[in-house]
Design a protein around this ligand. Structure first.
Ligand code: NAD
Length: 289
């Protein structure tokens, strides 16, 4: 059975939610973006408006007014029932806290039409941990975008054993329709494809540097000369921002905590938070980051 997706509602308008809403609207879909309060929607409008400038600068064809029209066309709502009432697809980009997501799905199920598909953009949680709260495990799966969706256009699609294959197909087709390269996973995996490779790679580089085996610059140089890749792990970490590896390592075992302490002492406490702050493992003269 073919499932038609036209109307899309995005829950959560933070870093990723605002990008997903914008890019989906930019691709011609009807988009409503929901957040929990009118105050949160003020932030949403700011993020959406700032994406206009980003698209004008970075996306071909956006500067003829298309990006402005996209921003103006996104409906904002702090009323979950109104936001979900005629959605074909709801993409959830709420905070990465399992209980928040579970509670959101419970409330959403009470107000969304029976046929509406729900998709989570969660980076680290498994859809199986949320499916029982959706009231429709056959119409629920993960659809995971990467930050800076207009540029890093992969969308990872991952169902649970309960996901209807027609729903999986429809969401993969939707991802392609908004210009993503759909990456279909055959079964659940924390980290999907991309982060299952990227996180251990970056962690290995951090362990080498924090363990005193070699300097970050030496590790990057080794990787680049040895493999021909244009970027080393520490250049990549500067783009991600150092708070992310700091947070993940702070909650780990003893080895991980040693790495967190090294990051804190040598970088974070000195305000070296990555490219966005002007300095991380490398310096970024203003305007170059
Ligand atoms: P964020 O903190 O920037 O935004 C979260 C938004 O959700 C906020 O606007 C907040 O007001 C809103 N919110 C809070 N409670 C809510 C609720 N009950 N229902 C709906 N919205 C609610 O977070 P983010 O970085 O955009 O991450 C959101 C999701 O996207 C997470 O699951 C994260 O794992 C995933 N993700 C993030 C990135 C990234 O690089 N930031 C990349 C891929 C996926």
């Amino acid at each position: 059975m073919t499932i038609d997706i036209r109307k899309v509602t995005v829950l959560g308008t933070g870093v990723l939610g605002s990008q997903i809403a914008f890019h989906t609207a930019y691709s011609g879909f009807d988009v409503t973006a929901y957040d929990i309060s009118e105050a949160a929607l003020v932030g949403a409008r700011e993020r959406i408006n700032s994406l206009v400038a980003t698209y004008n600068n970075e996306v071909e064809g956006a500067a003829d007014g298309k990006a402005e029209r996209t921003a103006a066309g996104i409906a904002l709502s702090a009323d979950l029932a109104a936001a979900a009432k005629d959605a074909d697809l709801v993409i959830e980009a709420a905070p990465e806290v399992l209980t928040i997501k579970q509670d959101t799905y419970k409330r959403l199920n009470d107000v969304a039409p029976e046929q509406t598909i729900f998709a989570t953009n969660s980076s680290t949680l498994l859809p199986s941990d949320m499916k029982d709260f959706t009231g429709r495990p056959d119409r629920f799966l993960a659809l995971h975008f990467s930050n800076q969706i207009w540029m890093h256009n992969v969308a990872e699609i991952m169902g649970t054993p309960d996901t209807d294959p027609d729903v999986f197909r429809a969401v993969a087709d939707f991802a392609a329709a908004i210009g993503m390269v759909p990456i279909e996973l055959h079964k659940e995996k924390a980290g999907y494809v991309l982060n299952s490779m990227l996180v251990p790679f970056l962690d290995a580089a951090l362990a080498l540097a924090a363990g005193g085996y070699a300097e970050p610059e030496t590790i990057d140089m080794t990787w680049k000369i040895g493999t021909g890749f244009p970027f080393g792990p520490f250049e990549m970490l500067d783009v991600v921002g150092l708070n992310t590896p700091y947070n993940t390592h702070s909650h780990g075992g003893e080895d991980k905590q040693r790495i967190a302490a090294w990051l804190k002492e040598n970088y974070i406490d000195k305000g070296k938070l990555g490219a966005a702050s002007g300095e991380g493992f490398y310096r970024y003269p203003s305007g170059s980051a």
